[in-house]
Unconditional design. Structure first.
Ligand code: 5GP
Ligand code: ZN
Length: 115
């Protein structure tokens, strides 16, 4: 846990969040600035800066993040209509919070390629 990290502070309860689903190791909560009717962030409670670092250090945890993303989509009612999972990684991808998070985005039709 890093007191400098925004999402570590959400895990610690120091910053409030609208929690969608929680397990012992993973937290899913509403994005504060939603880009679609459904926009949930799924994070491991343990701090890793990005998806690849997490997957290399703890593959089971990476699997739990993905499974929880699917659960969040189901809870949000977009599992049948479809949704997008996004791990922005690094500057070109516009990552702004360096605690790995999976965006679960759905509830509207999307375009490809992304901007
Ligand atoms: P990134 O650009 O790093 O992939 O995404 C960071 C996401 O975190 C953004 O979608 C942003 O809206 C969201 N975010 C930033 N600060 C907060 C916050 O304090 N609470 C919540 N729930 N989401 C946040
Ligand atoms: Zn963190």
């Amino acid at each position: 846990m890093s007191s400098e990290c925004l999402f570590c502070r959400i895990v610690a309860g120091a910053i409030p969040a609208k929690v969608v689903h929680e397990t012992d190791t993973v937290l899913a909560f509403q994005d504060v600035n939603p880009q679609a009717p459904t926009h949930v962030l799924v994070i491991p409670k343990e701090h890793y800066p990005d998806a690849a670092t997490m997957a290399n250090a703890d593959p089971a945890l990476a699997g739990e993040v993905l499974a929880t993303a699917g659960e969040a989509a189901k809870i949000s009612g977009v599992d049948a209509s479809g949704y997008r999972l996004v791990f922005n990684t690094g500057a070109d991808a516009t990552q702004t919070v360096f605690h790995v998070h999976c965006h679960v985005i759905g509830g509207r039709a999307m375009t490809w390629p992304p901007g």
